[in-house]
Write a protein that binds this ligand. Structure first.
Ligand SMILES: *Cc1c(COP(=O)(O)O)cnc(C)c1O
Length: 442
């Protein structure tokens, strides 16, 4: 499989190069040259396949022969070696719990797949690589845990100071070793802009080999299709109509992976992009106007994204046909007070505790189903509620207990370096880091 650059379709690379490089010229995102379809027999008989076999079949076409099948099988089974249950909340709405991995967020899945692919590719080359990543909360933790102590990989994470939860912050800052964390006095968009500038900077790129681990990297974006298949496998046991799938969305990598699986043949009635007050895409779906807006800080902070990178891939999937896009995807924008009220209502009515991101999805799907009463669906549960104890406790006035693993984490020391949202500061840090590395070698 080759991947072309969405900004310059002449630039084509294989899976390995797309994974190592992250993005193409002019910061363009890579996109698969063709869409490999599932056989109908496979889709209708998902229940007969193991999770591992489903994951392997999902990824094989995208990886081709660049990773031998036996190793790819190992990689996918490590990627999903925790439970991913589809739980009923009420008669019409279920939740796919994607938060049973090491950092209790769905991003573990993409990060685990990508780190293992990268590690395989680097093994045969004498290359040192720096993964540079901006996080609004969950990406950084998943990436840090995915890459922790992986040889030849350094990780530098940028996060917006004061805008992530305590648990998230510990997941970002407590590891040390090959993980460095920069605390930026600004927003997620500031962090993302700094990262983009670093990728474009000649001096940095002659000295360091930089790659990204945001969902712009195909090796993080594409494996997210796996759990849509695993969800359908469970859905088909009790339901015979195709589901409405509602995805809490920020950078739109997750929903874009679901759409990819759908274009390959996975039956999905409708997709909902559930957003918080950062509503550029819901607004676009209503008006066909893409208006740049600055980011608003909300309770569902991992979705505080002003300018979603992956939306361009969604447009590409639909051949830039607005009407087709509108047929398949609806957008909702939910205010914080409604998010809080939803956590409270769902806990009271159904005894289920939602995290703020999943709550945004729940209320969006509920609103959609009110207008489409014959349909049913599920939301993607993207984070465990314990990651956001303050918000959840405000909503439902109960203490949620930390799992043991988190308790230990919370006792660890925070290690981070504060910088202003100033590119020169980031540059100095990265170039000095290179010097440290060379000194260690000599
Ligand atoms: C990252 C994240 C999202 C948004 O996912 P995208 O792929 O960026 O749209 C939603 N919820 C949680 C908990 C997240 O960490």
């Amino acid at each position: 499989m080759n991947y072309y650059n969405l900004k310059d379709k002449q630039e084509k690379v294989n899976f390995k190069t797309a994974t190592i490089q992250g993005q193409g010229k002019e910061k363009g995102l890579f996109f698969p040259e063709y869409i490999p379809t599932f056989t109908e027999e496979f889709i209708q008989n998902l229940a007969q396949f193991s999770h591992e076999e489903i994951a392997f079949r999902c990824m094989k076409d995208f990886v081709g022969n660049e990773i031998p099948s036996d190793i790819l099988k190992e990689i996918v089974s490590e990627t999903i070696n925790f439970t991913i249950p589809l739980q009923k909340i009420n008669e019409k709405i279920s939740i796919l719990e994607l938060f049973h991995g090491p950092t209790l967020a769905f991003k573990d899945i993409g990060a685990r797949f990508m780190s293992r692919c990268l590690s395989y590719f680097l093994k045969n080359e004498n290359k040192e690589i720096t993964v540079l990543v901006a996080t609004s909360g969950d990406t950084g933790g998943a990436v840090a845990h995915g890459f922790y102590n992986i040889p030849r990989v350094n990780v530098v994470i940028l996060y917006p100071k004061g805008r992530v939860s305590k648990v998230q912050e510990k997941q970002l800052t407590a590891l040390g070793s090959n993980i460095s964390t920069l605390e930026v006095e600004g927003t997620f968009d500031d962090c993302q802009n700094l990262v983009k500038k670093a990728f474009a900077d000649e001096e940095i790129n002659t000295q360091l080999f930089l790659t990204s681990a945001n969902s712009i990297n195909v090796a993080r974006w594409l494996p997210q299709q796996i759990y849509y298949l695993l969800a359908l496998k469970q859905w088909q046991k009790t339901e015979n109509q195709a589901p409405v799938i509602c995805v809490p969305s920020g950078n739109f990598g997750n929903i874009c992976a679901g759409l990819m699986a759908h274009f390959r043949g996975l039956p999905v009635d409708h997709f909902i992009a559930a957003c918080n007050e950062n509503d550029i895409i819901p607004h676009y779906l209503k008006t066909q106007k893409l208006e740049q807006k600055s980011t608003v800080a909300t309770l569902s902070n991992a979705m505080d994204v002003g300018n979603p990178s992956n939306f361009i891939r969604i447009l590409e999937l639909f051949g830039h046909d607005f009407n087709e896009l509108k047929e398949k995807i609806s957008g909702y924008s939910i205010k914080d007070e409604t998010t809080l009220q939803t956590i409270k209502d769902v806990y009271k009515k159904y005894g289920y505790t939602l995290d703020p991101h999943s709550a945004v999805a729940f209320i969006s799907l509920e609103q959609y189903l009110k207008e489409n009463p014959h349909k049913k669906g599920f939301i993607l549960g993207t984070a465990h509620p314990v990651k956001f104890p303050d918000v959840v406790e405000t909503a439902i006035q109960i203490n949620i207990e930390l799992p043991k693993a988190l308790e230990n984490l919370m006792k660890k020391e925070k290690k981070s370096i504060e910088i202003r949202p100033d590119f020169e500061e980031l540059k100095r840090f990265l170039l000095n880091k290179m010097k440290d590395y060379e000194q260690n070698l000599s």
